[in-house]
Design a protein around this ligand. Sequence first.
Ligand code: ATP
Length: 443
Amino acid sequence: MSETSSAVPANASSAAAASRSGSEQAIVADGVSKCYRLYQKPMHRLLDSLHIGGPRYREFWALREVYLDVRKGATVGVIGENGAGKSTLLKLLSGVSSPTTGSVQVNGRVTSLIELGAGFHPEFSGIENIGLACSILGMLPDEIAEKTPQIVEFSELGDFIHRPVKDYSSGMYVRLGFAVATCVEPDILLVDEALSVGDEHFRGKCMRRLNEFAEGGGTTLFVSHDLGAVKQMCEHVVLVHEGRVVEQGPAERVADAYLKRVKMRGNDGLSFAARAGGDYPQWGSGEIAVESVELIGPGGQAARVFSSGEQFTVQTRYRVQGAVREPVFGVGIYRSDGTYVNGSNHEWRAQPIQLTGLEPGETGTVEMIVGSLPLLQGEYYISTFLYDHGHPTPVAIDHRERVVVFQVVDELHRQHGMVTLESDWRVRRELAGGEVCELESQS
Ligand SMILES: Nc1ncnc2c1ncn2[C@@H]1O[C@H](COP(=O)(O)OP(=O)(O)OP(=O)(O)O)[C@@H](O)[C@H]1O
């Protein structure tokens, strides 16, 4: 995940190659590979650079033989597990790093929001960095003066725009980076997980900006662990695995193929957008603390990817810290776009569970077990609601928004939408000859 961002131009050689190509392609990667040299000690790197003794490094191929062909105006998603090589690919396309073998052609002005750490000058203020980034991008002073107010406005940094960027939070840094990268009217935008930093309001604003950019004919390469956002934004998705492009095609198909791969391997290595926990609201009087929220699969193991129809358990571990009259644990399920799918608790039931007499020091777990998950494929999240119902209106003890994100894959691919519905189908054919033919199908 990117902590920092920057707006950088494509390197001179790729820009030159692209201007020669003059094609309808925005980006062409032709058998690109990237090998890093891994040294066990910094001293070994120094000795090698001075050519003292034999080589002391181990080769690590972060990308191997990648072919990409992105036409102008396309929005392409890049997905894959941690360490798959996605950021490396973006760095090669932006010109920040050069391929070991193969070539990259980039046709147009590129700005990127990628993990560099060297993007903005830390001692300079936001406004000074805007000027610097714009001039690196080749803009003239008049143009910079015209764009700066738009960038400042989009970033919503207020007075912070005059403070050195070293004082910014990672979210503020990304806001400035995103504002610069998109306001300077690039032809190609490279976005690496930038949207996972920052609040929902800014995220929504960035998504709208990206959509406008695409509608205006811009080309975007979008690296993200947020499969919901990838599917929403991209028509074409590239799946990178251990440095190779192992699948590419329509977003829905490739995202599903990725999830099925991960699920088969027991959820290891799956990364989610950093949207669960952390920055999300949480409030309550605190007499009982929710210590953890786990999602459990049918085999009793913790999981983040579930199949439609499979057993799904939300397990909340609690610790009692003070006296409460009538605590009630609830779970809310939401789709990634915020649609409220379901809310329930152990009291609103034909046979409610009443929790009384909880004493400080007590710990325990509360489980909501769904025998057959009726959700269809997509990204969802859980919020947990622990309220004291022993008052005229329930009082929050520990309310947590968006604690866990999970994915649902629909192995059967037999329905579309958000939920599965058991249905019977009946057809009555009244044939021209007067005969009646009835057909029935049960789920
Ligand atoms: N400068 C470097 N030197 C050595 N190895 C590197 C360097 N940069 C990246 N790597 C390695 O290359 C591999 C690919 O890294 P990369 O950052 O491209 O993966 P990623 O798919 O973007 O992962 P994530 O989703 O975690 O951001 C990783 O194993 C990483 O450790």
